[in-house]
Design a protein around this ligand. Sequence first.
Ligand SMILES: [Zn+2]
Ligand SMILES: [Zn+2]
Length: 221
Amino acid sequence: MLSIVTFTLGTVMTNSYLVADPETKEATVIDPADKGRMIVNEAEKRGWHIGNIWLTHAHFDHIAGAGGVADHLNPAPPVALHPEDYPLWRMQGGAMLFGMRIDPGPEPTVDLKHGMSLRLGNNQFEVRHAPGHTRGHVIFYCAADKVAFCGDVIFQGSIGRTDLPGGDYDTLIQSIQEQILTLPDETRLLSGHGPETTVGQERRYNPFLVGLDGEAGNHHF
Ligand SMILES: [Zn+2]
Ligand SMILES: [Zn+2]
């Protein structure tokens, strides 16, 4: 069972998630967007220990708080990222394209790979590679809790943009079909921007996806 605290932070209202196993008190930060110190304070208030930073992808608005999280923890937690997003990470997640500079924090040392399993206390997450928004985008899926942290792959009623370097529309649609729409309808989708949704809701109502997988959609009735 997971406890999840959501923060909406930074210049483009990015969702950051502080996720913990309340029994073991182990916590991870998914996409620290900004205000690292505040995220660390929230964990301390709850008696949780942040042991990891997991990045869905390396865009600046998802990593700009990693330095602040690391600065306020001793030892600094290892940062996990898919290697295909390392070049983007080294360019500060494209911050310069938007006229910004960020502190991306400690260099990622945990290479995320498709199918790999991540542990948080007594919980298991599956890493699913879902390129298209960026080359190395991943989602973190916890089957037992029926929740997926899906970054900028899919949003309520929308999908990630594909016009930035490394983006590709057809690849993104394929990733959504293979990595999101294959999950059970009741799976909660916690996105990088906007409100939470579910796989079933997006399967039926997301205008980018309607008609893509009629067979699979009917399968559940
Ligand atoms: Zn992004
Ligand atoms: Zn984003």
